[in-house]
Design a protein around this ligand. Structure first.
Ligand code: XMP
Length: 510
């Protein structure tokens, strides 16, 4: 495998995805990892990521010099490259301004990292410091107008550095540069495929679980669905899925989940219709955090009750299946990413000493999870699902959650999704939905004055949900959605389109 040392780069996960797309397995570890931990992983190559710091900063991120003595190739990108320069006695210079954007790169070598890459090519730069002088024993392999050392190498030590970012799309030949590192330099086999992964995982789970039983909380989302189907392939009826329908799902979603898993996969699925129970608990509650808390707690309570019932029916259950995926597991070099995400685990399950956790997707990125889902024969409508929050429509229904308001959101949301699909935009937008901002306004319909709800439409582009931009949906599509909602959904007389980015807004409304 390839090990990526994260120096706090915004692009570390992107580097990892590029490596995986080349069918090579890789993992990300924070720069604070010990050399023993790195040796334990037994990597065939190491990539040192970029990062926002300067090598001259007081607490500049560092990794043990021993990484260069493990006998495996090392590639430093941006900060990673400057770190290499400094470690080996080169000179890193502080520039007065940040160089950011596409830059012409002059390539001075046609082997190693640059085998088969044009001499002139555009690459993406994003740095303040730069390598001014390569260390002794290093050869300069590329340069640009502003960077005398755009890339350098030491073949004997198998150490390589680039100032630009080969992982981003804007670097024209970036994939080739990375692939050259993987295949030409590290001699990696191309054996990381989702077909292999699915097959090996099923075999591993079968061997591990044997004839014991496992329980899975199925939400119908991509991750828990893929995890459940995978474990089901391995242990069949010994997997029991509990699907808690909290009454806050989208139109027909509960029935669809039940149908797919019961009929298509013949799975042991228990659907708990707890809608009334959740609405009862939410009655009169308007404070967003309190709403989330109530839903999270009630979810656990319902699940615990089901678990007790199942224990008397099925006997002891040893495993709990969870759809944890790699971005939830990565310990970032800056540790900021994980903090923002933590509130999303509302509705997650309590740690229970009774269970051993089975998390078959822990190593995978979202796009890989989707691919595994396809390999396992899960229908596209589930595999391609957009993210949906655990507390469901409650976070899109501002103020008190009532059945009447939920009905309006469901219908409006259904129309929005339908029109997005008809316009063939469903795979171009990360997330799109209708929300009810809890404002009523005056309108006129026929000759009558109305005083009805407004609906807010939200559609965003994002890669990980941490930041987002609003989608520039064609006016014609918005027009159709607006017309249909006011005509087909009772009690709505106004449609608004949300044009805020995140930050400062969030994607959801609460
Ligand atoms: P925000 O609203 O924080 O959302 O910008 C970012 C992404 O996370 C999803 N989200 C959740 N997912 N449980 C989840 O599983 C939650 O409580 C939750 N809240 C937000 C949201 O849909 C978006 O994709």
């Amino acid at each position: 495998m390839i090990l990526i040392v994260d120096f706090g780069a915004q692009y570390s996960q992107l580097i990892a995805r590029r490596v995986r797309e080349a069918n090579v397995y890789c993992e990300i570890i924070p720069y604070t990892s010990s050399i023993d931990k790195i040796k334990e992983k037994n990597p065939n190559g190491i990539i040192l990521s970029g990062g926002p710091a300067s090598v001259y900063a007081e607490n500049a991120p560092k990794i043990s010099h021993e990484v260069f003595e493990l006998g495996v190739p090392v590639l430093g990108i941006c900060y990673g490259g400057q770190f290499i320069a400094q470690e080996f006695g080169g000179k890193v210079n502080r520039a007065d301004f940040r160089e950011y954007g596409k830059v012409k790169l002059d390539i001075l070598s046609d082997e190693g990292l640059f085998k088969g890459v044009n001499q002139d090519t555009l690459c993406w730069m994003s740095h303040t410091d730069y390598i001014e002088t390569a260390p002794e024993g290093f050869e300069i392999t590329a340069k640009s107008d502003t960077c005398p050392v755009g890339a350098m190498k030491n073949d004997e030590k198998k150490i390589y550095a680039v100032q630009f970012h080969p992982e981003v799309e804007h670097t024209e030949r970036g994939r080739e540069v990375l692939n050259n590192f993987l295949f030409n330099i590290c001699k990696m086999p191309e054996d990381w495929t989702m077909g292999n992964f699915a097959e090996e995982s099923v075999a591993r789970i079968k061997a591990q679980v044997g004839d014991k039983k496992a329980l899975c909380a199925l939400s119908g989302g991509v991750d828990s669905s893929v995890a459940a189907v995978m474990v089901h392939k391995a242990i069949g009826p010994n997997l029991i899925c509990v699907f808690v329908d909290h009454g806050l799902l989208r139109k027909d979603e509960g029935d669809q989940v039940e149908k797919v898993f019961k009929e298509k996969f013949n799975m042991n699925l228990i659907r708990v219709n707890a809608g009334e129970r959740f609405l009862g608990k939410l009655a009169g509650v308007t404070e967003p955090e309190q709403k989330r808390k109530i839903i999270g707690e009630e979810f656990i309570r319902v699940f615990e009750e089901e678990k007790q019932k199942l224990k008397s029916e099925f006997g002891h259950i040893d495993y709990l299946v969870q759809g944890t995926i790699y971005p939830d597991v990565i310990e970032s070099g800056t540790a900021t990413a994980s903090v923002i995400k933590s509130h999303h685990n509302v509705g997650g399950l309590p740690e229970d000493v009774d269970f051993e956790l089975l998390e078959p997707l822990r190593q995978l990125f979202k796009d890989e999870v989707r691919q595994v889902g396809r390999e396992l024969g899960i229908p596209e409508e589930i595999v391609e699902r957009q993210p949906f929050p655990g507390p469901g429509l409650a976070v899109r229904c501002l103020g008190e959650v009532t059945e009447e308001k939920l009905k309006i959101i469901r219908e409006a949301d259904f129309i929005f999704r339908d029109e997005i699909k008809k316009a063939n935009l469903q795979n171009k937008i990360w997330q799109y939905f209708a929300a009810l901002p809890n404002i009523r306004s005056v309108g006129v319909m026929g000759d009558e004055r109305t005083y009805s709800h407004a609906i807010a439409l939200r559609a965003v582009h994002s890669t990980d949900g941490m930041t987002s931009d609003w989608a520039r949906i064609p006016y014609e599509v918005l027009e159709k959605v607006s017309n249909r909602i006011v005509n087909e959904v009772d009690n709505v007389n106004r449609i608004m389109y949300d044009i805020t980015t995140k930050p400062p807004a969030t994607i959801e409304f609460e």
